[in-house]
Write a protein that binds this ligand. Sequence first.
Ligand code: N2P
Length: 362
Amino acid sequence: MGNFLRTAAVMALLAGPVAAQDRVLNVYNWSDYIAEDTIAKFEARFGVKVNYDVYDSNEVLEAKMLAGNSGYDVVVPTSDFLRRQIAAGVYMELDKSKLPNLKNMDPQLMANAAAYDPGNRHAVIYMWGTTGIGYNVAKVRERLGEDAPTNSWALVFDPAVAAKLADCGITFLDAPTEMLPAAMNYLGLDPRSTAREDFEKGAELLMKVRPHVRYFHSSQYISDLANGDVCVSVGWSGDVFQAQARAEEAGNGVEIAYVIPDEGALQWFDMMAIPKDAPHPDLAHEFINFIMEPEITAYITNYVWYANANAASWPLVDPEILNNPGIFPTEKAKARLWAAAVYDARTDRIVNRLWTQVKTGQ
Ligand code: N2P
């Protein structure tokens, strides 16, 4: 009897750590998109382990989500991709009773996101931003003079201008659903159009400038801009500001600027969602609620230079970021931003075929 009790006590002790090990959260998020201590804080607070993987493309995330059984508990698709993944039945409805911090979210921005997820039933805004141009101020001035069209998409889409910048390095995002509409918009076409001819015209323009493009990649440009290895990148707002900050820290004399061109730019929302087959849905809710704490989200914004939609966090955001029109656009700039159209399967095929041609040059 004594032995039995002792054995039972030992087993109970063992059960503790085993149960704790089971408290694991698998997060799949964009690269360069979280503060250095966010995950450690969550692990310490909840006594869990987080596996944190990253991607730099909605297409990569989408392939995993549609295949199913990804093992991820929280993922962060952009709103237009979110919408069709919801239609495909990929995400569970959020249990809002487990997300009291939803009260911190800005109603207007959540209403914008609701255009892609009616009632915000499946997702919460993580961060948002624009797709514009990052450039090396000195190198662009050296090549194009004071009249460089740095407020225009002409900087990368006018073949004569791009030719003059080719030697210092132009890079494009490997993001067909963002690059083609940007080219269409520059041509005076509707960036939300899904007409085949419009995509073809956009692709034709991209084909003209592609000989001057060093690479198509969606994360490499951060360090390349910062080091002065490339001089103009079509990129995401916060990533360009991270490049600017890295150059400043390195004291290497590289000055990087970000512009939302006068012709307008894409405004996107990256959304936290829980796959239907997530292994740890309760913990996933805890994580989303944790991210919505004002201090946590303000610290992420201060670290990654992306705007958030958490109004309660804004007093804690560095004024330098809050007042930066490249991060939180002015009302005037906002009027020229467009929201992504949601592509159906037919549109997807057109876009993918043209994008392969643009990237390979044939
Ligand atoms: C972070 C990129 C996130 C923006 N590196 C893409 N929606």
